[in-house]
Design a protein around this ligand. Structure first.
Ligand code: PEP
Ligand code: MN
Length: 373
């Protein structure tokens, strides 16, 4: 069960003290307190864990300071959608809103290589009105002999360039808890010119200690990728690990599943699950066409599969697109075969806009139809 406290509840107040005393007296129940900080309001949520079946919703709602009590199903307690649950399905970070009704494109380098390439990328993003990007500094690679990313050494100049070109949020994968500290330190020494969304890659979706560590910090939102060889339920539970530790600023990314049934694509594209994740949880849903499709192959009319699957996801309501670009794909140190070229960015964005407008029209049509039923 989740108790949402009235806005502005003071932890020093008598009401709050009484509430905590009453909760402490409940048999076989543990309490976990979370402060959810938003730009407009901050609320305290108390998760009751244990034998909550014996509790009556009305009794809990009548406790001092409680605005709403929500009985949660066993699944995805914090991030899931539950009956009569009107908690928001968005969060704000670095001046941007990420929700189940917004759309952001994170076009950028799979792996940071040279300052020149990073600057070229960021310049074209700015010229096209973009304020988000992806920049891989820590790269999990299949072979130990492949380029592993520049790691912390590139962070200061990547962040400074981001500031120079008005980039507000960089999606950046972390593969170890220490990377979060390195990112924090580099942001502090450069004067926080940009924001970072920590990315958990598909190979680490069930790295529970990493999830717990990243979930314990609430400074940076998290983009968690679906595990490429596990069920959707297992991946959603992995996302819940982050939230159960306190960080519910979580975006869930679909990136294709590892199976030969998806050939000739690199992975089997799973973007039909965009509405499924939005229905089961309150998380915004991201899609990664690059790591799903893995090639620049095009259909007979000349549209690349990368653009087709992006459009399919956006027309179904996707909230974020994470996509590989590179100024010189043959020279990319990682995943050049799937990278779009900088001159293709305006085309890519225009195609996304067509799909987004179609989605908005479809949502409106659906609403009108339901209102008549
Ligand atoms: C990436 O986005 O750079 C990446 C490695 O993706 P994934 O974890 O989906 O393979
Ligand atoms: Mn990659």
């Amino acid at each position: 069960m989740i108790l949402i406290l009235s806005e502005g509840t003071d932890p020093q107040s008598d009401g709050y003290r009484q509430l905590m005393e009453r909760l402490a007296a409940l048999p076989n129940i543990r309490c976990r307190e979370h402060l959810i900080k938003g730009t407009e309001r901050s609320v305290t949520e108390i998760y009751l864990i244990g034998d909550t079946k014996a509790l009556q919703l009305e009794d809990m709602q009548a406790l001092p300071c409680v605005e709403q009590a929500i009985r949660v199903s066993e699944e995805y307690r914090v991030l899931g959608r539950h009956k009569n649950d009107n908690r928001p399905s968005h969060f704000d970070y670095h001046g941007l809103r990420f929700g189940q009704d917004t759309l952001h494109v994170f076009a950028g380098l799979c792996a940071v290589d040279t300052p020149q390439h990073v600057e070229q990328m960021m310049r074209v993003l700015k010229d096209n009105g973009q304020s988000c990007t992806r920049m891989g500094a820590y790269k999990p690679r299949t072979s130990p002999y492949s380029f592993q990313g520049h790691g912390k050494s590139c962070l200061p100049w990547v962040f400074e360039l981001a500031g120079k070109y008005g980039i507000k949020v960089i999606a950046m994968e972390v593969t170890h808890e220490s990377h979060v500290a390195e990112i924090r330190e580099a942001l502090e020494t450069t004067g926080k010119p940009t924001g970072v969304m920590l990315q958990i890659g598909t190979r680490n979706t069930q790295n529970f200690e990493l999830l717990k560590a990243v979930g314990r910090q609430t400074e940076y939102p998290v983009l968690i990728k679906r595990g490429f060889g596990i069920t959707l339920d297992e991946s959603l539970n992995a996302a819940e690990y982050l939230a159960s530790e306190g960080n519910s600023k979580v975006i869930f990314a679909l990136r294709g599943m590892k199976t030969n049934l998806g050939d000739p694509h690199r992975n089997f594209v799973d973007f039909a699950h965009v509405p499924v994740v939005k229905r089961l949880t309150r998380m915004p849903v991201c899609v990664d066409p690059s790591h799903s499709v893995g090639t620049r192959s095009a259909s007979p009319e000349g549209i690349m599969d990368l653009l087709h699957v992006t459009a399919q996801a956006v027309i179904a309501g996707a909230n974020m697109v994470l996509v590989d670009f590179h100024p010189d794909p043959p020279k990319a140190l990682v995943d050049g075969a799937q990278a779009l070229r900088l001159e293709e960015l305006p085309y890519f964005l225009a195609d996304v806009t067509i799909a987004r407008n179609a989605y908005l029209k479809r949502a409106e049509l659906g609403k009108q139809f339901l209102a008549r039923c």
